[in-house]
Design a protein around this ligand. Structure first.
Ligand SMILES: Nc1nc2c(ncn2[C@@H]2O[C@H](COP(=O)(O)OP(=O)(O)OP(=O)(O)O)[C@@H](O)[C@H]2O)c(=O)[nH]1
Ligand SMILES: [Mg+2]
Length: 437
């Protein structure tokens, strides 16, 4: 798809339109939607020259907002004088887009297209680029109606003219073929992620995933906790690819912390589908740190939007710590109970100034600790391999060689207790030993 928002490197002038259907229950205020669309447009380096809230009873099949509102927008454009593109908050069908463009005389796109454009600009890895192209084509396919999108540049020689096919049919077929090809390519991509995953599973290292609304401060927190060097920026969708780092907790417990793409309300479904591989860390995680930007007045809705995406990923019931971030931006410190929502596990921090990180680290340690056991073992002299294994996978508290073998006291993941059973000096509760591991 063309990068409409930066055609030939020229800053495009944008009018953002938040559409509200009176008959639909809306959770987000139109003004908040507008603010976010402006930030999205800025992320595309476009210039927002006007905004408009458009309240209508119900969607019009012909042009989404009805003739009266279309006329209002047309005259608003005439008044502003310098509008290149109009961006609507609601999804627009191909025919509605054509009708709006014909009447107003400006390029019209929807918020979904805008988000896809940002992802297309930001994708740097081969996997990311493929994921975005897939989402873009899936977006394009049902919108082809009469638009005669020229696929010759995109398709690169896939498919040839069949008997009696119209140009539209050929375009559709080419896109469908390309979609299938991209899906196959994505499946075949062996990423580092898979290697890390199998090693982590082997060693029973817990995986902790940072999740949250875009711009909440996930990458900043990743850097603060692990010394990683993730790019952070005040803007939307800075991180697109996942990054995992080892995180050594104060009690010597090791974990993998992973940072990934941020979420947003009403994220295009296709985009979530295409990014499922990237979001696998979230699905595999043992613990989620849900980062919330407490300095954003709209944080509760943002929290809900993230829960919605987690639900789509089947990850909404995982153990979670809600991490209220950016406390340094608030005029005064507020206690958790005043945030007004009853979270089971939550903490207030500043990832930037590192305020209160200790409390978060303690919470994580306690949760991971529940999966650990302290045991005394006696390893016979001829099993030096097991001593090595324990050193690698456990926190060794004491070690002493005696005549009968090596006496060790260690804290180890309960996953390993089954294989150490013959050497344990303590009687352990059966519930701690899960033979399936
Ligand atoms: N004042 C303040 N700013 C913060 C804090 N944490 C993050 N930021 C800023 O918020 C902006 C976004 O931070 P990131 O860490 O890039 O946010 P993210 O959640 O990774 O964002 P995406 O990757 O876009 O989803 C940056 O400008 C950070 O410097 C904080 O605790 N306090
Ligand atoms: Mg980030």
């Amino acid at each position: 798809m063309d990068d409409l928002l930066n055609l030939k490197g020229v800053k495009q002038k944008i009018l953002v339109v938040a559409v509200e259907f009176k008959r639909e229950r809306k959770i987000w205020l139109a003004q908040d939607i507008l603010e976010e669309m402006k930030a999205l447009a800025e992320a595309c380096e476009a210039e927002v020259v006007g905004e408009f809230i458009c309240k209508v009873d119900k969607p019009s099949a012909n042009n989404l907002i009805g003739k009266g509102k279309v006329e209002e927008i047309k005259s608003l454009c005439d008044n502003i004088g310098d509008v290149d593109i109009i961006i609507f908050s609601e999804d627009i069908k191909g025919s509605q887009q054509r009708n709006l463009e014909e009447y107003i005389g400006k390029t019209v796109i929807d918020r979904t297209r805008l988000i896809l454009d940002i992802f297309a600009r930001r994708a740097t890895t081969r996997e990311g680029k493929t994921q975005v192209e897939l989402a873009q084509l899936q977006y394009l396919l049902p919108r082809l109606i009469g638009h005669g999108v020229d696929m010759s540049q995109q398709g690169g020689g896939i498919g040839t003219l069949g008997p009696g096919e119209t140009k539209l049919e050929i375009d559709r077929r080419r896109i469908s073929q390309r979609i299938d090809k991209l899906k196959r390519e994505l499946k075949g991509m062996v990423t580092d992620r898979e290697v890390t995953r199998s090693r982590r599973k082997e060693n029973h290292v817990p995986l902790i995933s940072l999740v949250g609304y875009t711009n909440a401060g996930k990458s900043t927190l990743m850097n603060a906790l692990t010394g990683a060097n993730q790019r952070t920026q005040d803007g939307l969708f800075t991180t697109l690819a996942s990054l995992s780092r080892q995180w050594n907790l104060p009690n010597n417990q090791k974990a993998i912390l992973s940072d990934t793409v941020g979420f947003m309300h009403d994220l295009p479904h296709n985009l979530i589908e295409s990014f499922k591989a990237t979001l696998e860390e979230v699905q595999q995680a043992d613990l989620l740190l849900h980062v919330v930007d407490l300095s954003n007045p709209n944080f509760k809705h943002m929290y809900e939007a993230v829960i919605e995406v987690l639900t789509q990923l089947g990850a909404n019931e995982k153990p979670t710590i809600v991490v209220f971030n950016k406390i340094d931006r608030l005029p005064e410190r507020i206690p958790l109970k005043d945030i007004g929502t009853n979270f089971e596990k939550a903490v207030i921090i500043s990832a930037l100034s590192k305020e209160n990180l200790e409390e978060l680290i303690n919470m994580v340690t306690v949760i991971l600790d529940e999966g650990m056991a302290q045991v005394n073992v006696l390893i016979p002299m001829n099993r030096a391999d097991l001593v090595g294994f324990i050193h690698e996978n456990a926190d060794v508290i004491s070690k002493e060689y005696q005549e009968d073998g090596c006496h060790l006291t260690c804290r180890i993941s309960k996953h390993f207790l089954g294989s150490l059973r013959p050497f344990l000096l303590d009687s352990i509760e059966d519930k701690d030993v899960n033979e399936k591991y």
